[in-house]
Design a protein around this ligand. Structure first.
Ligand code: F3S
Length: 398
């Protein structure tokens, strides 16, 4: 891979430890994937923030980089393992909180915005159409590529950090036109009536498209919350963080319609629910906000919870960004939600908080949430916001 004089100086260690480490990572990646050079990125989004996933080795790695590493572009963070302000309320241990705070301190020293959300595009990290970025959270990567029309590979935590310190990423994969051509036409002939149907649709398309890039037709309209749910699901159950949706993806009309095709019918959506839903009635945790809730979803939850109470023995978490929560505070949604006994889980989510062994069953709106909660040994139910609120109030899925 061609390096400029400055990049070579970084690689030689003339610009400090973090710059050298970063250039080593970027050059190795570039060599593996056949990149010709490094290109500038407009922003970075870093995953691998929870102490639950990083452990002490990860903390040490970050502390080393934080000695002299300072980000060169807008850099935001994925969810951490706890609500940074209100972790006691979520039952997080003091030991875990202490370690998580050390990780956050390291990111702060690097100059990273402590946003802790998987919806960076809702809180100010919003790329332009065609802009190259280096993001790592899979749902956000898919949203950036497919809804915004920006260009990013699915970075790992270290390669995203390296891109942040250098301000560049190797040019390969989804940064190149030739790798962004759709190769399977997905004809959707199913009705989507509630938010969770979009997660089910992502499940079906993820599986049917296998490792191909989908060109999706048949969807007349899609709201932002539906798209973010679909993005999370399609990349969790499939392989590609890029799809084209006719009428939604900017520039979709310039892509060729692939010859190979698959269809999605109502029966596929039903089958997806059958596969995602376990045989369970008693619900110990209801968690909505995967990806993190928008203010619109929080408003809907507040409306549904008005005058109700979360059942004893059940917890109801609303996972969202701190920015959305602050807006909810001002609009009175927080008061309504907390009066009903539900809790905000800002900065974190059901997949990265240390939940294993704490809850046996989960209800959620999110197909991706079910995937990760099963890894945490929970039985799962997926349904609409209304069904989730009902499950929280009754302590049961009916
Ligand atoms: Fe976000 Fe966590 Fe879901 S990172 S997409 S809320 S699993």
């Amino acid at each position: 891979m061609y390096l400029t004089k400055d990049e070579e100086r970084m690689l030689n260690g003339e610009m400090g430890y973090a710059a050298r480490k970063s250039m080593e990572i970027l050059r190795a990646l570039g060599d593996i994937y056949g990149a010709d050079l490094l290109i500038k990125v407009g922003s970075v989004q870093v995953a691998g923030v929870s102490y639950h996933n990083l452990g002490d080795a990860g903390l040490e790695f970050l502390n080393e980089l934080a000695r002299d590493g300072r980000v060169k572009v807008l850099t935001t963070l994925n969810p951490a393992g706890m609500d940074l302000e209100n972790w006691q309320n979520l039952g997080i241990s003091e030991d875990f909180a202490a370690k998580q705070n050390l990780i956050i301190d390291a990111f702060k020293r690097m100059g990273i915005l402590i946003s802790c959300t998987c919806t960076p595009y809702l809180i100010g990290n919003l790329p332009r159409f065609g802009e190259h970025v280096a993001w790592s959270e899979s749902s956000a990567v898919t949203f950036a590529n497919s809804v915004i029309g920006a260009r990013t590979n699915r970075e790992g935590g270290p390669s995203a950090l390296a891109a942040a310190f250098v301000g560049k990423t190797p040019r390969y994969g989804l940064h190149l036109d030739e790798n962004r051509v759709p190769n399977v036409h997905v004809k959707v002939n199913a009705s989507l009536t509630k938010l969770s149907d979009w997660g089910a649709l992502g499940y079906v398309i993820g599986k049917k498209a296998e490792n191909k890039i989908s060109y999706i037709t048949g969807i007349k309209e899609a709201e932002l919350d539906e798209l973010k749910s679909f993005c999370a699901s399609v990349v969790t159950y499939g392989a590609q963080p890029l799809f084209y949706m006719q009428g939604i993806t900017p520039g979709a009309e310039n892509q060729p319609l692939p010859r190979e095709s698959v269809t999605v019918e109502d029966r596929d959506i039903k089958e997806a629910y059958d596969n995602i839903n376990d045989q369970v009635t008693d619900i110990e945790l209801v968690c909505v906000g995967c990806p993190h809730c928008s203010i619109k979803e929080i408003a809907e939850i507040a409306e549904l919870l008005k005058g109700k109470e979360v059942a004893e023995g059940t917890e109801f978490w609303v996972a969202t960004s701190r920015t959305a929560k602050q807006l909810a505070d001002r609009r009175g949604y927080t008061e309504t939600i907390e009066q009903a006994g539900a809790k905000f889980a800002c900065d974190t989510c059901m997949a990265v908080a240390p939940l294993k062994g704490r809850f046996k069953s989960l209800a959620t709106t999110s197909a991706k949430g079910c995937f990760y909660s099963r890894q945490n040994k929970m039985l799962t139910k997926m349904g609409s916001l209304r069904e989730c609120v009902e499950a929280a109030v009754k302590g049961q899925w009916t």
